[in-house]
Write a new protein. Structure first.
Length: 258
């Protein structure tokens, strides 16, 4: 059977960051509901940057079943878990310390391997295998949702422009020791993992994103890392942006409905 081409990204724009965050929270709760009804759990990968704060409309929101969430990091900086640069710490501060999610449902890197990134990324891959392998028994894990940000250079997770990791097609988790954005040591989910997710949502807000977003959506042939996120069928890619971020983009908008 021929492989079906990825479907086109769905671009939803909102007048303000608050409206964006409210819609994102609705979208996440719907994704969670479907996943829990089907499999009794909700697997999510989360990025750093502004994203954890953009999830704050989930705090206290009815319908969020925190005990069903299994959280991984789309990328993580290799620093102690309580370090100010840690994405885990950021997510704890902004979200997870404020909601009843069981601590063992948040899957962190093991910083005791900080001197050996091969080992550290292997250990994180094993953590993913424990969660996914028997249950979904696929070549790559199928996250219910992956939440990504957009860097000013078009990077996403820790997949940076021109880096050899852009062509990694085997590993689930890769490491980088020379990130152009500090801190230099990081791990990241790879494209095969990201692109096998059931849903991927990018979140980008503010005029500072306008040029990069225009390139990512209107000139995907330039191959910026964010443009290379194209989930395999039947996965679907969504962009949650505000009007300031999308001001230069020609790509058609879709009105947000649940
Ligand atoms: C990092 C950052 C980075 C960030 C993007 C988007 O690991 O260095 O987390 O990847 O997610 O630059 O940032 P904003 O969401 O803050 O715009």
């Amino acid at each position: 059977m021929p492989t079906q081409a990825p479907s086109s990204p769905v671009l939803c724009s909102f007048a303000s960051p608050t409206e964006l965050c409210d819609a994102l929270a609705h979208f996440i709760v719907k994704a969670q509901k479907e996943a829990v009804e089907k499999k009794g759990r909700f697997t999510v990968a989360i990025s750093g940057g502004s994203l954890p704060k953009q999830l704050n409309a989930l705090i206290g929101k009815p319908g969020v079943k925190w005990d069903k969430w299994q959280v991984f990091y789309a990328d993580e900086r290799v620093v102690p878990l309580d370090h100010p640069d840690s994405n885990h710490r950021l997510c704890m501060d902004e979200l997870f310390s404020k909601v009843p999610i069981p601590a063992d449902h948040i899957h962190t890197i093991d910083p005791s391997f900080a001197d050996d990134l091969e080992e550290l990324s292997d250990a994180y891959e094993k953590e993913l295998i424990r969660e996914f392998a028997q249950k979904d028994s696929a070549r790559f894990p199928v996250f219910d949702l992956i939440l990504l940000g957009l860097g000013p250079d078009g990077h996403t997770a820790s997949l940076f422009p021109g880096h050899p990791l852009l062509t990694e097609d085997d590993r689930w988790v890769a490491y980088i020791e020379d990130s152009p954005k500090p801190p230099p040591k990081r791990i990241t989910l790879t494209y095969p993992v990201i692109n096998h997710a059931a849903r991927i949502a990018f979140v980008a807000s503010g005029a500072g994103k306008a040029d990069t977003l225009q390139t990512v959506l209107d000139k995907p042939e330039e191959g910026l890392p964010a443009s290379r996120v194209r989930p395999v069928h039947p996965g679907q890619l969504y962009w949650f942006v505000d009007d300031a971020a999308v001001s230069k983009v020609e790509y058609p908008r879709t009105s947000f409905k649940l």
